[in-house]
Design a protein around this ligand. Structure first.
Ligand code: GLC
Ligand code: CA
Length: 606
């Protein structure tokens, strides 16, 4: 087992007065989607033992922490984001002993483990929900139960309390014949929302969190945590319930309205997060809390992540991920670069003096950024644009997150038929939009899925060029649960490791730079030439030290815009290049001509 020097956090990093500086202030986090990372027993599903066997790879990459997507016991309706027992591991992934072994080895290698925490909802198979179906049970009020619409026969079409639609299709209300009422599910009908107004619910969650921290985990990534406080009226009703003007509720193209406006950043969110901080984290050190931040503006991010407010360390914001979507996520449009820059800049500016940012372009819910915004039309452009997007993200201020496979330049799945998909969101959306609401025809919906389905990022990790890419044995009992990408022969860890110019080698440098350079970790961000449509440029600075980051986010040669040119008026001095995806002579020649080649990217000390 290789051990490595723990990085130190430079004094110059100041995360809004947090004292002492937390370890995550110059850390890089790596997200593992356990189903798709490494299968150890040939059943076609990744598992904990598989992850443990690959930890040396992650230690060499240099990451500081792993965010582990859910491994709890689960019926797997939403691949583990539907939990039926928070204190056990799903047999598909292994046992609690396997989890302890993973924690032990990760810690020995200097890697922290951050668990996913899914507490906006449970599985409908969770014991709490089963008990809640009985109105006399102490759990009766643990979920959002509501009667049928006035004057309607419960359980008949159209009798739902209101017109809210579930995120994964159909109504957001499901009738339960045992209780004779409907329960709210913001996601699938197997994911009933917990009633956070009930203090018993909150304390059961805090107990469970404490149990995991005592077991050795290093923090939590909190799933849709900004939806936990619902907007209810004085009588305890959710808006729009019980008839009234329900007929006037605006509905979207699929025939439903969204429950999200009634739960995003709700009235008691700060209070709940502060209570959680007190009940779970007080007296503990060295943990990380990162919330999934639907509906959180950059301004609100500043407040929630200000240590003075005792809520969360950081949040994943969404504005920058929506810039190429119009209305429904399935309506993708080409990226207009200034929109991305301005969305990022707004997030960066909001954490200038208080609060903290997380940085991501990929995760298990997003298509691969390389296919989305890079250029995969040739091997050269694929590699160069993968490095350019990596450099772009990692040079911002905040804590960068790498999603498994991003560091080797993995691409979208390339599926062309519905039966290749497994994701419930994708499959349900196809049926709803094509067969029921007729808002897209089959061919166009398949194109949408190929661009934006969550399965694009969920194909098995590509370790080598063998039949199943080293994710599972060629002699395995079953094939991988989701098809391996056909490009595994060109794109895989083995090939990347052997090549000093690979995307992987470049990511190692990006990570090392964040550890060693306090300007990269904490320097003030300033957007440059914000309206240029090809060049993404900004500076980072602390006191006298200033770094200029320049990326040509396009497949054409682009002129350096005015402000960027001025900052480079003395040309390129090789010694001042912190990192680049071209050699310094080539860069110097380009800058001398006032142009940048397709996907050229560099960070430069000015
Ligand atoms: C979050 C997760 C996503 C899941 C949803 C419901 O957005 O990242 O994968 O489907 O919450 O839990
Ligand atoms: Ca397995």
């Amino acid at each position: 087992m290789t051990t490595r020097q723990r990085k130190t956090v430079p004094d110059t990093i100041r995360t809004n007065g947090a004292s002492p500086n937390p370890w995550w202030a110059n850390a890089v986090v790596y997200q593992i989607y356990p189903r798709s990372f490494q299968d150890s027993n040939g059943d076609g599903f990744g598992d904990l033992k598989g992850i443990t066997s690959r930890l040396e790879y992650l230690a060499e990459l240099g990451i500081d922490a792993i965010w582990l997507s859910p491994v709890y016991r689960s019926p797997q309706d939403d691949n583990g984001y539907d939990i039926s027992d928070y204190r056990d591991i799903d047999p598909m992934f292994g046992t609690l002993a396997d989890m302890d072994a993973l924690l032990g080895k990760a810690h020995a290698l200097g890697i922290k483990i951050v668990m996913d925490l899914v507490v906006n909802h449970t599985s409908d198979e969770h014991a709490w929900f089963q008990a809640s179906r009985d109105r006399q049970s102490p759990y009766a009020d643990w979920y959002w139960w509501r009667p049928a619409r006035e004057g309607c026969e419960p359980g008949t079409p159209g009798a739902e309390p209101n017109r809210w639609g579930g995120t994964f299709g159909g109504s957001a209300w499901q009738y339960d014949p045992v209780r004779g009422e409907y329960y709210l599910h913001t996601f699938s009908k197997k994911q009933p929302d917990l009633n956070w107004e009930n203090p018993d619910v909150r304390h059961a969650v805090y107990d469970m969190m404490n149990w995991w921290l005592d077991r050795g985990v290093d923090g939590f990534r909190m799933d849709v945590i900004t939806l936990i406080s619902k907007r209810i009226d004085a009588k305890g009703h959710l808006p729009g319930e019980f008839g009234g003007d329900i007929e006037d509720e605006p509905v979207g193209e699929e025939g439903y309205s969204s429950p999200w406006p009634f739960s995003m950043d709700g009235p008691r969110l700060d209070e709940f997060l502060q209570e959680m901080r007190r009940e779970v984290f007080a007296g503990r050190e060295g943990y990380l809390t990162v919330g999934e931040g639907q509906g959180i503006s950059p301004k609100r991010n500043e407040a929630i992540t200000d240590p003075a407010n005792n809520e969360l360390d950081m949040l994943f914001l969404f504005d920058h991920m929506g810039v190429d979507q119009r209305g429904a996520k399935w309506n993708m449009v080409p990226l207009h670069l200034p929109d991305l820059k301005h969305a990022m800049a707004e997030q960066q500016d909001a954490v200038r003096s208080k609060g903290w940012a997380s940085l991501y372009l990929n995760n298990h819910d997003q298509p691969r950024s390389l296919s989305r915004w890079g250029d995969t039309s040739s091997p050269e452009l694929r590699v160069k644009s993968a490095k350019a997007l990596g450099l772009l993200l990692h040079m911002h201020k905040g804590t960068p997150y790498i999603y498994q496979g991003e560091e080797i330049g993995m691409t979208n799945a390339g599926f062309t038929r519905l039966d290749q998909y497994q994701d419930l969101e994708s499959i349900n959306a196809y049926h709803q939009r094509v067969d029921e609401a007729h808002v897209q025809d089959a061919a166009s919906m398949l194109e949408s899925l190929a661009k934006v389905s969550r399965d694009n990022s969920r194909t098995p990790m590509q370790w080598d060029d063998s039949q199943f890419a080293g994710f599972t044995d060629p002699g395995a009992k079953t094939k991988p649960w989701l098809a391996v990408n056909a490009n595994k022969s060109q794109i895989n860890v083995d090939a990347e490791c052997a090549n000093p110019d690979s995307v992987l080698s470049f990511y190692r440098k990006l990570i090392a730079l964040r550890h060693s350079d306090s300007v990269i970790a904490a320097g003030v961000f300033q957007l440059v030439d914000g309206d240029d449509e090809c060049i993404y440029a900004f500076t980072r600075s602390i006191a006298e030290r200033r770094v200029l980051v320049v990326v040509n986010v396009s497949s054409k040669s682009a002129s350096l815009p005015v402000e960027t040119s001025l900052l480079l008026v003395n040309g390129i001095d090789a010694e001042k290049v912190l990192i680049a995806n071209e050699d310094s002579d080539a860069l110097a020649a380009q800058v001398a001509k006032g142009k940048l080649s397709p996907w050229s990217a560099f960070a430069y000390q000015i």
